[in-house]
Design a protein. Structure first.
Lengths: 175, 250
């Protein structure tokens, strides 16, 4: 009976989340150079340290950044194509106790409230390693100034139209 | 006087002084104005990042340049044939190559006019942000071979097709196919077929370089692959135009 209980307890211990936990830990911090109140068009940088806390090296490491918008009614993952040119880092192997430091630059495209997170997976690991969230807010910035656009948008076609009228008159005058 | 200069001056005159040419330019500026006004009038679009707006504008300018170059290219041969003025031109002592050079110059001047007309628009929508000057420069450097390529294609089609309408329709289908990266979203372009198409398409080469330089702030020099694709197509179409123009018999 005691032996059975011991075997059950040992099995549960092996299958427990702690035993399956990733050997990787990820810290995520905004760079000290980031603006305190960023607005559209600003650049932010996040810094991560991915550490292998396990007793063995991990192979085929890939880490990537994810960004989600959390505004009420606009909850969505953000396509990073235009936000960041640096979407993933890879390493063929990370030794036990080793770490990788990475900077994640990001250009702010749209206003709103966002949460950024960095995740890492390995070739054979069963668990996804994730960093804590880092939150930021992007202030709105109207980038197209109507005061500049209106004179150009209305003036140039009018100038060409005036050229056409002048040309027609000149031709009529010749005839 | 040099016949190339004379023909180029005639072609330019038809664009800048003829009512029909001015109507084309008017149409181009109306499209640019409509897009600019949309940026101001639409709440969503007015919040677009400045670099994104400049990128969109350069892509539209290039597409319009290709369209006008194609029309001018077709009209300069097939249009003249239908108006009865091509045969007298071919009967002059000027060599075919010289006549073709004059007509190619006409296409180049049409693009130069569109480019100059686009500059105030680029300034109006992009002067408050980053990379506007780089955007103007990359449009001149990479837009030029792509636009001229379509002009040369128009001359080739105009030389070979039975009518201007057939040549124009064929050219427009080619242009729409080539300019599809502007219409398709980035996700569709990430498919295997989309990537293959992007790798050989000169229009994709131009817009991808615009994206890299204007939005991602990469250097113009790093766009050598895109330049190579655009120049390869330019020289291929130049060869095709020379070959087709040399074969004209009526």
């Amino acid at each position: 009976m005691k032996l059975t209980a011991f075997l059950v307890a040992a099995g549960l211990a092996i299958l427990s989340p702690a035993a399956l936990a990733s050997p990787l830990s990820i810290s995520l911090n905004p760079a000290s150079t980031n603006p305190s109140s960023p607005q559209m068009g600003d650049n932010l940088k996040f810094q991560t340290v991915i550490q292998n806390n396990g007793t063995e090296a991990v192979d085929g490491l890939i880490a990537w950044i994810s960004l989600v918008q959390v505004d009420k009614g606009k909850e969505q993952p953000v396509d990073l194509e235009d936000w960041s040119a640096h979407k993933a880092v890879t390493a063929s192997s990370l030794a036990s106790g080793g770490s990788i430091k990475t900077d994640w630059p990001m250009r702010l495209i749209q206003s709103g409230n966002y949460r950024v997170i960095v995740s890492a997976a390995t070739r054979s690991g069963q668990e996804l390693a994730t960093s804590p969230f880092s939150d930021f807010t992007v202030r709105q910035k109207p980038v197209v100034e109507s005061g500049r656009v209106l004179p150009i948008a209305l003036g140039i076609p009018v100038l060409i139209g005036a050229g056409m009228v002048l040309q027609r008159r000149r031709r009529a005058h010749k005839q | 006087m040099n016949p190339i200069y004379l023909i180029a001056r005639k072609e330019t005159g038809e664009l800048l002084l003829d009512i029909r040419g001015l109507l084309w330019l008017m149409a181009v500026t109306i499209v640019l104005s409509a897009f600019s006004l949309l940026l101001v009038g639409s709440t969503e679009l007015s919040l677009l990042d400045n670099a994104q707006v400049v990128y969109d504008m350069t892509a539209i300018v290039t597409a319009l340049g290709c369209l006008l170059a194609l029309i001018v290219g077709v009209d300069t041969v097939a249009g003249e044939r239908e108006r009865g003025s091509l045969v007298p031109l071919l009967l002059t002592p000027a060599p075919r190559g010289t006549i073709l050079m004059g007509k190619l110059s006409g296409v180049a001047i049409a693009w130069a006019v569109i480019y100059v007309l686009s500059l105030p628009y680029l300034w109006a929508v992009g002067s408050t942000g980053q990379n506007m000057g780089q955007g103007m420069l990359i449009t001149a450097l990479l837009g030029t071979p792509v636009v001229l390529m379509f002009g040369f294609l128009g001359i080739s089609l105009g030389s070979r097709a039975d009518s201007a309408r057939t040549a124009l329709l064929t050219g427009l289908v080619t242009l729409v196919l080539s300019a599809s990266p502007v219409l398709l979203g980035p996700s569709l372009r990430q498919s295997a077929i989309g990537r293959m198409f992007d790798a050989v398409n000169p229009f994709s080469a131009a817009v991808n370089a615009y994206d890299a330089v204007i939005i991602d702030s990469q250097s113009i020099i790093s766009q050598s692959t895109h330049f190579a694709i655009a120049l390869a197509w330019l020289f291929a179409c130049l060869w095709f135009a020379r070959f087709s123009f040399g074969k004209i018999t009526r």
